[in-house]
Design a protein around this ligand. Structure first.
Ligand SMILES: Cc1ncc(COP(=O)(O)O)c(C=O)c1O
Length: 364
């Protein structure tokens, strides 16, 4: 983990270990049973270089959460992109502009509401476009989506009947599954899977096309990977983080994104102040928001914008200026805090990549 050129690298920095990203990608493809089964969520990395690498490995599909992410992915070479949030207001014409800007790319989005479906249809029809829309299912997370059942069939029919829309299949994200034990997680996932499969069968019996089912994130990846005809959309697997490493011992991915921080003050005999504030590491979770492999007893006591104070019995051994390496608890929002990442090859920083899609808007 330690860089050979550490002294020249400013802190706080987000380091991306290139060989570990490669290995994580290899494991993702192997777990999915091939690149065509994967539709990784790019919100974790937001980087065109990773999209390009995935495409080179045959992973041409992806999922994103913003129009800017979709634009970045299209520019970077992805050819099949699902904007996986319900789009409303001005984001509808932005999607249409994205579709027009990249005619060779297949775009789709989600909907779970009759009014939103009508608005999408109206905008697409007025623009002379046909937009592919997946029905977003609520399989237990209660965030977005409609529960599989008669209302879901009705909404899917509305998509199929709309002249400006084309039914794109079903999207079932089960981010509520948090069981540490894979067998227990599989049991918890089974109900949502059965309801999704039953809905798919009912729609197909009614003569409605269901071109794809996209299911899950990282915790349920091993479960959906075993289902035929389902695309898997993990995001975190590309970089991994301390939360998933602790929560899901069955998942073997490598920590590829690491924060470099330094001791900037020692405010007490057992305290270190590090330059790892809220603006460098995601802070929506309780502590520990970063795990220090070299300082396992570090206990966070104060966290502000640019400062993290930890208590440790080893404080006296770590003079001001000492570099420390930390694995973020939650990588996706941590990446979004950094305008660039430093790419490590051969134990040293080899490149700097701007985190292009952390912007809310690129050109569209
Ligand atoms: C809709 C959707 N799909 C996929 C993912 C990826 O999940 P994970 O971070 O568990 O890899 C997320 C994560 O939030 C998501 O919101």
């Amino acid at each position: 983990m330690r860089l050979s050129d550490e002294a020249a690298v400013p802190s706080p920095s987000l380091l991306i270990y290139h060989d570990r990203v490669e290995e994580n990608l290899r494991r993702m493809i192997a777990m999915a049973g091939g690149p065509a089964r994967l539709r990784p969520h790019l919100k974790t990395h937001k980087l065109p270089q990773i999209i390009a690498r995935q495409v080179a490995l045959g992973v041409t599909k992806c999922k994103c959460a913003t129009i800017a992410e979709g634009e970045m992915a299209a520019r970077a070479g992805a050819t099949d992109i699902v904007v996986a949030v319900p789009l409303v207001g001005p984001n509808v014409p932005r999607l249409l502009a994205l579709i027009r800007a990249f005619p060779a790319v297949k775009f789709a989005t989600l909907a779970d509401d009759a009014g939103a479906i009508a608005a999408l249809d109206q905008a697409a029809s007025a623009a002379g476009l046909v937009v592919e829309v997946l029905l977003d299912l609520d399989v237990g997370m209660e965030r977005t989506g409609i529960a599989p059942g008669p209302k879901a069939v009705e909404l899917y029919r509305a998509i199929a009947a709309a002249p400006g829309l084309r039914p794109g299949g079903l999207h079932a994200y089960d981010g509520h599954l948090r069981q540490a034990d894979l067998a227990e997680r599989s049991v918890a996932a089974a109900g949502g899977i059965a309801r999704t499969d039953a809905l798919r069968a009912e729609l197909e019996r009614a003569g409605l096309p269901v071109p794809r089912v996209i299911a899950g994130g990282t915790p349920s990846f091993p479960i959906h990977a075993r289902r035929a005809g389902v695309e898997c959309s993990p995001g975190t697997t590309i970089f991994w983080d301390a939360n998933y490493a602790k929560s899901f011992p069955d998942l073997e991915f490598l920590p590829a994104a690491v924060l470099l921080t330094r001791v900037i003050s020692r405010p007490g005999s057992n305290r270190l102040c590090l330059d790892l504030g809220h603006k460098a590491v995601a802070s929506e979770m309780p502590h520990p928001r970063a795990v220090f492999p070299a300082l396992p007893d570090a206990n966070a006591v104060v966290h502000s914008e640019e400062h993290l104070v930890v208590e440790t019995a080893r404080a006296a051994d770590l003079p001001v200026g000492t570099a420390l390496y930390a694995i973020p608890r939650h990588i996706c929002p941590t990446v979004a805090l950094h305008d660039r990442v430093l790419v490590v090859r051969g134990g040293r920083v080899a490149e700097e990549w701007p985190v292009v899609a952390r912007a809310r808007r690129l050109t569209i």
